[in-house]
Design a protein around this ligand. Structure first.
Ligand code: PLP
Length: 391
C-alpha cells in the first residue's frame, strides 16, 4: 500500500501532509523518491537551520552514538554540560534547563514563573492574541485562537490574554499582581506579525515598573533566524527567561529554557525534570549547530540575505498590489500576506520545485535554512513572480 494510504489508515488525522515522499536532503534541497529536487524554503519549519546533511552535525551525532545514546539525568553528561556552557556564555543568561521540544520549554517557563510568582505574591500570567506557544495545556492556556483550543478546555487559571501590539490594553492589564508576560517578538504561526517598537518599549517600561518576569518565546525566531541570535535583540529590552527549541538540536528533539538572575534559584532539586531532555546525542548535535552558525557567520548571512529576500518580496508587492497585501518579518523569518488563500500558491510553487509554507490561511511563510544564498532567493522570487501573476 502507498504511504499516503497507510498514514490515513493508521494515524490520527492531525496533519495535512504534502503529497511528497522524500528520499533524502542535500543542503538547501530535498530529493523525492522519484528523483525530483525541491528547493526547501521552509526548512522543517525553522528546524533545519543548516539545511540537510551538514557534515559537522552528522559526524557529531555518529561520534556520540558510538559512546552512549542515553544516560539518565542522574549522570553528568559531557555534551549536555558543554552545550549548556556555550549557550549560557553566549547569551549572558545564568541558568539553563534542557527539554525535548518547544511546548515543553514553554511549560517549564510557566512553572518557573508560577513558582517565582508565589514567592513574590504575584499570580497572573499575561500573553497575547494571535500567539502560538505549543499544544500542551500550559501553552494552550496562553493562546486565544479557537482553532487550537475548542473542545479541549478547561485551561489553566490566572492567565490573561491581551491584544498583541495594543499599548493601552497591556498598560491596563499589567499590574502588581503580574508574575510574567510572555510573547513572541515575531509571531510565527500567527502569520509573521512583528511587535512594534512602541509596544516592546511599553512592555519594557511595565517590566521595570511592576517587576514581572518577561519571557521571550524564541522557539521559532531564536538561534539566528531573524539576523540576531534572539529576535528580541532587535529591541533594547532584556527578558528574564528565554525559551528556544526548533533548530537547536540540528534536527534532533532539543529545547531549552534560559533564565536570568531573578530566577536563577527558583528551581530546586526535584521540582522539575525530564527523562530525555538534554539527550547527549541531541546535545552533541547542538554543539555542532552553534559552532557551525559561528564559523560560517550564519547570523550575518540571515540578516543580509534576509534583507535581500525581503526587498524582492516587497518589489513583488509593488508589482501585484491587488494580490499581495503585506510583506513582513526580519532576517530569514518572512511572510507575504496575500489577499486570498495561500494554498494555491504553495501548490504551484511545489510544482515548480520550490517548497514554501502557508500559515494563517493567507500568509506565505518563508523560513529557509540560514545557509540560503542570494541565488536560492533569486530562484524562489522568480518562480513566485510567475505564480502570483497566474493566481
Ligand atoms: N512556540 C513557538 C513560537 C512556536 O513556533 C512553536 C512551534 O511552532 C512552539 C512554541 C511549540 O514548539 P513544539 O512544536 O516544538 O512543541
Amino acid at each position: 500500500m502507498e504511504l499516503k494510504n497507510l498514514e490515513e489508515k493508521y494515524f490520527f488525522h492531525t496533519y495535512k501532509r504534502l503529497p511528497l515522499e522524500i528520499e533524502k536532503g542535500e543542503g538547501m534541497y530535498l530529493v523525492s523518491k522519484g528523483g525530483e529536487r525541491y528547493l526547501d524554503m521552509f526548512g522543517g519549519l525553522a528546524v533545519n537551520a543548516l539545511g540537510y546533511g551538514n557534515k559537522r552535525v552528522t559526524d557529531a551525532i555518529k561520534k556520540q552514538t558510538d559512546k552512549y545514546i542515553h544516560l539518565s539525568n542522574y549522570f553528568l553528561q559531557k555534551p549536555q554540560i558543554e552545550l549548556g556552557e556555550m549557550l549560557v556564555q553566549d547569551t549572558g543568561y545564568k541558568r539553563i534547563f534542557f527539554t525535548n521540544s518547544g511546548t515543553e520549554s514553554v511549560e517549564g517557563a510557566i512553572k518557573i514563573a508560577r513558582k517565582w510568582g508565589e514567592e513574590n505574591n504575584k499570580n497572573k500570567i499575561i500573553s497575547f492574541t494571535n500567539s502560538f506557544h505549543g499544544r500542551t495545556f500550559g501553552a494552550l492556556s496562553l493562546m486565544d485562537k479557537a482553532s487550537y483550543k475548542v473542545g479541549f478546555g478547561p485551561f489553566l487559571d490566572n492567565f490573561e490574554i491581551v491584544e498583541y501590539n495594543n499599548i493601552d490594553a497591556i498598560r491596563k492589564t499589567a499590574g502588581t499582581n503580574t508574575a510574567a508576560v510572555i510573547l513572541e517578538f515575531i509571531q510565527g504561526e500567527g502569520g509573521i506579525q512583528e511587535a512594534s517598537a512602541d509596544f516592546a518599549y511599553e512592555i519594557q517600561t511595565l517590566q521595570k515598573k511592576y517587576g514581572f518576569l518577561l519571557i521571550a518565546d524564541e522557539i521559532q525566531s531564536g538561534v539566528g533566524r531573524t539576523g540576531r541570535f534572539f529576535g528580541f535583540q532587535h529591541f533594547s529590552l532584556t527578558p528574564d527567561i528565554v525559551v528556544i527549541a526548533k533548530p537547536l538540536g540540528g534536527g534532533l528533539p532539543l529545547g531549552a529554557i534560559l533564565g536570568g538572575e531573578k530566577v536563577e534559584n527558583v528551581l530546586q532539586p526535584g521540582m522539575h525534570g525530564t527523562t530525555f531532555g538534554g539527550n547527549p546525542v541531541a546535545c552533541a548535535a547542538g554543539i555542532a549547530v552553534l559552532q557551525e552558525i559561528k564559523d560560517k557567520n550564519l547570523i550575518e548571512n540571515s540578516e543580509t540575505v534576509g534583507k535581500f529576500f525581503k526587498t524582492g518580496l516587497t518589489e513583488l508587492q509593488n508589482k501585484y498590489p491587488d494580490k499581495i497585501k503585506d510583506v513582513r518579518g526580519k532576517g530569514m523569518m518572512l511572510g507575504m500576506e496575500l489577499t486570498k488563500s495561500g494554498d494555491p500558491a504553495v501548490a504551484s510553487m511545489r510544482e515548480r520545485g520550490i517548497l514554501i509554507n502557508c500559515t494563517n490561511q493567507n500568509v506565505l511563510r518563508f523560513l529557509p535554512p540560514l545557509i540560503a544564498g542570494k541565488e536560492d532567493i533569486d530562484k524562489c522570487l522568480s518562480e513566485l513572480d510567475s505564480v502570483i501573476d497566474a493566481i
